[in-house]
Design a protein around this ligand. Structure first.
Ligand code: AKG
Ligand code: FE2
Length: 282
């Protein structure tokens, strides 16, 4: 029976994922309570979901969706974005990976590092269990975020990336900057928010899922620090001014987008990460 109260698509997706994973309805209610949903909202949502048989729902195919990415029709060696010629160094279909050269000027890399350096703190990551931010033991770099359009370099870069990846600026998160000292690394992880975690519906209210990542290298270390994709044995060298793009059309390991920042062995590695959401990230 419907309560008349609409469930958001994200909450529905999360609930369906929970049930498909074999969690019971009482367990779901407890998770929702812990994530801050009031019991009456939780009950209404559960009632609305009522007619769906978990197994049948899990088997339903996902509709195809439009994804960010460069236009590589006819295999160009370079793509122009905002008047800048960006080179295509490497591509992979599954996972979808594109390595770009000539993405940023040395001045842009240095300018971003200088502006970020004074604001660094031990990196926080979005905690899907609670929807808050926590220190992540898997990531030993330091980091900060620039607001979208915060300064001229960020503005120019965001405009270039929107043209290159054919995705609106407004669908992008603020630019994240990370500094890896010798020994620092980012263990393999997925960038999408795990649909099974109770904090995920809260996170998805703002812009929906992440669907793509662009990691841009602002400073090369002397050794180590590549971006690794363990499922396919790929390692991208962290060369200043270049970047690695990868996309994931569903929040699932079958996208093979497990990736990490290998330990820096010598020198310092700096990256800027741009995450793209399904919708406007306000
Ligand atoms: O530093 C890297 O190579 C990877 C960074 C990364 O995975 C991220 O920022 O989500
Ligand atoms: Fe990542």
């Amino acid at each position: 029976m419907s309560s008349g109260q609409a469930i958001s698509p994200e909450l529905r997706q999360w609930m369906v994922a929970q049930l498909a994973a074999g969690h019971s309805i009482p367990a779901l209610r407890i998770s929702m309570r812990e994530a801050g949903w009031h019991d009456d909202v939780a009950d209404a949502a559960l009632a609305e979901l009522g007619p769906l048989a978990p197994m049948g729902v899990a088997a339903a195919p996902e509709p195809p969706r439009q994804m960010p990415g460069p236009d590589l029709t006819d295999s160009p060696l370079e793509v122009e974005a905002d008047g800048r010629k960006i080179t295509i160094l490497q591509t992979m279909q599954n996972p979808r990976v594109v390595v770009f050269g000539n993405l940023l000027t040395d001045e842009e890399c240095e300018g971003l590092i200088a502006a970020a350096r004074v604001r660094l703190a031990r990196s926080l990551t979005v905690e899907t269990k609670t929807g808050g931010e926590v220190l992540n033991v898997d990531r030993t770099s330091d980091g900060m975020f620039f607001e979208r359009g915060e300064n001229d370099i960020v503005k120019a870069l965001e405009s270039r990336l929107a043209a290159l990846l054919r995705w609106p600026i407004e669908y992008g998160e603020g630019l994240q900057i990370l500094r890896y000292a010798p020994g620092a690394q980012y263990r393999p992880h997925y960038d999408y928010f795990d649909p099974v975690e109770p904090g995920t519906p809260t996170i998805l209210k703002r812009g929906g899922q992440r669907v793509a990542t662009l990691v841009m290298y602002l400073q090369s270390p002397e050794r180590g620090g590549g971006t690794t994709f363990p499922d396919v044995g790929l390692e991208v060298a962290p060369v200043r001014g270049t970047g690695v793009f990868f996309s994931y059309d569903r929040p699932h390991p079958t996208t093979k987008t497990l990736h990490g920042g290998a330990p820096v062995l010598a020198g310092e590695k700096w990256v800027a990460t741009k995450w793209l959401r399904e919708r406007e990230f306000k």
